[in-house]
Write a protein that binds this ligand. Structure first.
Ligand SMILES: NC(=O)c1ccc[n+]([C@@H]2O[C@H](COP(=O)([O-])OP(=O)(O)OC[C@H]3O[C@@H](n4cnc5c(N)ncnc54)[C@H](O)[C@@H]3O)[C@@H](O)[C@H]2O)c1
Ligand SMILES: O=C(O)[C@H]1O[C@H](OP(=O)(O)OP(=O)(O)OC[C@H]2O[C@@H](n3ccc(=O)[nH]c3=O)[C@H](O)[C@@H]2O)[C@H](O)[C@@H](O)[C@H]1O
Length: 377
């Protein structure tokens, strides 16, 4: 088969469906421990998706990935993550979650017990440049995926990535799951909030088990080049200036930066406790779990403090341009209350920003080298 899909800014073709392809999918989905799960991971060539896929595979679960390798950031990094996963026996299918035929084919080949849905158009500020890519992946793609999940027999349990950005202009701190989320500050946040409502309807009508995870600014090795900690590192090493946003009245912006290994533990914990969907073939036979959890670090750090830590690890002074936060969708601070996730599956982040950034810098230098020159997009 050949499907042509609009992956944000450009069209690409993905081939799938041959005997060899099916063999690869089946092998990748094989469970290597008793009671394990077979998980379809969307966005598997992405930052969080690659880490979660690897962690699942390492503990004996079956994992098949899907990713459209779009060019929102350097696709060669996504391909490198795919190769790294292939070395560990995880196959990442090239395709778009809007391609219902491809998803249906995957469910024909494998009776997935779980879907870890991480494919999305991420990034808060890019929504002003390319709003439709958010609708394409975070709304239309989500619905296509849920349609396939609800029709599957048996239905998988779905765990998916929402975002701390849903708290928007909420001023109560720390952010609790019961706080209001009806004042998004960006289209990105609005599409994640819409995702929370959309998944609720599939839980209600079709009995899909749904868990939404509100990640708080995740960072670490194999990270995203568009995020501040990554682009600051690149610019500092290249001697280029960085732009540090500041809030109104010269107040520093702050984020509850969360290390990737902690987030991965939260993803696995929520998959393990997600319970079962209660429907099959599009029919519900009873109530199914609908859950939402914050996965943060519970200790916000200001952006200037992030820069100071990077300067120390890189042993280079940054050239800083401090400017007032433009009206670009950013919120002044984030801070997670994680007591619900702690209670439900023992979520307990253990990595502070200093330690986590040290690991990131080590990875960055080994991946791009000291002569990183023009290696990154
Ligand atoms: N990293 C963070 O700080 C953070 C914070 C909150 C929420 N999230 C959410 O977590 C998830 C993972 O984020 P990430 O940081 O790994 O981002 P990422 O961009 O590295 O990963 C997303 C992956 O999904 C793929 N993708 C996008 N649209 C697709 C589509 N239509 N079909 C198939 N594949 C598609 C991309 O190619 C990419 O590899 C996303 O849903 C994101 O919104 C991330
Ligand atoms: O938790 C989330 O839900 C989100 O987390 C992440 O968003 P953010 O918290 O905005 O991360 P990031 O871009 O690293 O900016 C960090 C800080 O640096 C400031 N920032 C940024 C860029 C810059 O050039 N200068 C600057 O000061 C900026 O103002 C901010 O204060 C994910 O990208 C996103 O996908 C989303 O899911």
């Amino acid at each position: 088969f050949q499907s042509f899909v609009d992956s944000g800014s450009r069209y690409f073709a993905a081939s799938w469906g041959g005997i060899q392809w099916e063999k690869q999918v089946r092998k990748s989905a094989q469970i290597h421990r008793g009671g394990g799960m077979s998980v379809l991971v969307t966005g598997a060539a992405g930052f969080v998706g690659s880490h979660v896929s690897l962690a699942l595979k390492k503990r004996g679960d079956g994992v098949v990935g899907i990713d459209n390798f779009n060019s929102y950031y350097d696709p060669s990094l996504k391909k490198a993550r795919k190769s790294m996963l292939a070395e560990h026996g995880v196959f990442v299918v090239a395709g778009d979650i809007n391609d219902g035929k491809l998803l249906a084919k995957l469910f024909d080949v494998v009776a997935f017990t779980h879907v870890m849905h991480l494919a999305a158009q991420a990034g808060v500020r890019y929504a002003m440049e390319n709003p439709h890519s958010y609708v394409h992946s975070n709304i239309a793609g989500l619905v296509t995926l849920l349609e396939i999940c609800k029709s599957a027999n048996p239905q998988p349990a779905v765990v998916w990535a929402s975002s701390s950005s849903v708290y928007g202009l909420n001023e109560k701190s720390p952010f609790s799951e019961s706080d209001r989320t009806d004042q998004p500050a960006s289209l990105y946040a609005a599409t994640k909030k819409a995702g929370e409502e959309i998944t609720h309807t599939y839980n209600h009508i079709y009995g899909l088990s749904i868990t939404g995870l509100r990640f708080f600014t995740v960072y670490g090795p194999w990270g995203r080049p568009d995020m501040a900690y990554f682009s600051f590192t690149r610019n500092i090493l290249q001697g280029k200036p960085i732009t540090v946003y500041r809030g109104k009245n010269r107040v520093d912006l702050a984020r509850d930066f969360t290390y990737i290994d902690d987030v991965v533990k939260g993803c696995l914990g929520s998959l393990d406790t997600s319970g079962k969907s209660t429907g099959s073939g599009g029919k519900k036979s009873g109530p199914a779990p609908y859950r939402i959890f914050n996965l943060g670090n519970t200790s916000p750090v200001t952006v200037p403090a992030l820069v100071s830590i990077l300067e120390r690890h890189l042993k280079v002074k940054a050239k800083k341009n401090v400017v007032e936060m433009p009206g670009n969708g950013d919120v002044p601070f984030t801070h997670a209350n994680i007591s619900m996730a702690r209670r439900e599956f023992g979520y307990k982040p253990t990595t502070d920003l200093q330690t986590g950034l040290k690991k990131f810098v080590k990875w960055y230098l080994s991946y791009y080298g000291y002569n990183h020159g023009k290696a990154v997009n």
